[in-house]
Design a protein around this ligand. Sequence first.
Ligand SMILES: Nc1nc2c(ncn2[C@@H]2O[C@H](COP(=O)(O)OP(=O)(O)O)[C@@H](O)[C@H]2O)c(=O)[nH]1
Ligand SMILES: [Mg+2]
Ligand SMILES: [Zn+2]
Length: 382
Amino acid sequence: MSAKKNRSSKIRTEFKKKHQSRKRASDLTRRFQQDKLEEGEFRSGERISGKGELTRRRTIVGEHANESTGGLRISMQVTDGNTLIGRVMRVHGLDCVVRTEAGREFRCAVRQVLKSISTEQRHVIAAGDMVHFRPEGEEQGIILSVGPRHGVLSRTSKGKRQILVSNVDLVVIVASAVDPDLKPHLIDRFLVTAEQASLEPVIVFNKVDLIDPSELMPLIGVYAQLGYQTILASATRGDGIEHLRHLVTDRQSVFTGQSGVGKSSLLNGIQSGLGLRVQPVSQDNRKGKHTTTTAELIPIETGGYLVDTPGIRQLELWDVTQEEVAGLFRDIRPYVNHCRFPDCTHIHEVDCAVREAVADNRIDPRRYNSFVHLIEDPSAAF
Ligand SMILES: Nc1nc2c(ncn2[C@@H]2O[C@H](COP(=O)(O)OP(=O)(O)O)[C@@H](O)[C@H]2O)c(=O)[nH]1
Ligand SMILES: [Mg+2]
Ligand SMILES: [Zn+2]
């Protein structure tokens, strides 16, 4: 196992040394993205990168790769050497805006063949996707293929799965200590969403300038014990901004949380000059009227992307079934197989190991309450 791992990382290192030594050292995202592509269906294709964007380049790692991933399909499409790789910043209907690693943006349409492949999904392309495209002029292009996805946030709408954003590395759950009041139940909901998508969450408690931070310690203690990273922040005073910036650099991060908690303020703090609109808490009653329902990526100057989800109120509990919920609470999960009834809901049954653990304080009663709320009202509005 470990020998295999070592071997592949060695291959990758040699590859970087040999072929990427001219790249800037700060260019981790790009390297990361290329590694991703090499592992997926782009593997055996010709890869285009580097200074002259349209120069052809062979993917060295491909020689070491096994052939089981079906990369041939792609290589046929890129033989003219006139293709680029980019990341989808946002989707507008059947068009989308794709950004290359050099920062050029192209408005791209989706190739007909790809459209017809898309039977399961409403859109074959989602924000965050890595795509291969053929430029048509300076600002337009045609998407030929979509790279493998990880970190997908999706929801089912009218019986169809809609991918909101793909290739997410981090979910930043923003809560405010006050104004609006701290709602730990809401944090727990977002945690469930992150767990379900297997995404790393970090919990930010913003507006700590308005409270005595020691008030938050019991709550933070519970989350820390579950292994969740927490940050105390104040967008106005600057607390926690450096830490956050460090976390999001070279990754694709989704910020989520109730409106008014300071998401835009934090994002503006992370990237000066971003200029997202900050709204007084009380004026936020007209949610999502004129906005789209898709996500939008914002490039970070130091590398990485922030994902803004303007028309999406919050990360909701997409595609989480009721039976699944207990397993998505890290503290409840260990007990679910010890209940008397295999289909125990952990709410009212006798001999319920979960309820016993709550009674003994082995599970935090407040967390259990969140669980019950979530089961009883999965789509509760906040
Ligand atoms: N006191 C204080 N106010 C903040 C802080 N962060 C944001 N705010 C205020 O909270 C309100 C909502 O901020 P905004 O960034 O628009 O929240 P969003 O809806 O989550 O994007 C604005 O009036 C901000 O000035 C903070 O750390 N401390
Ligand atoms: Mg905002
Ligand atoms: Zn039970």
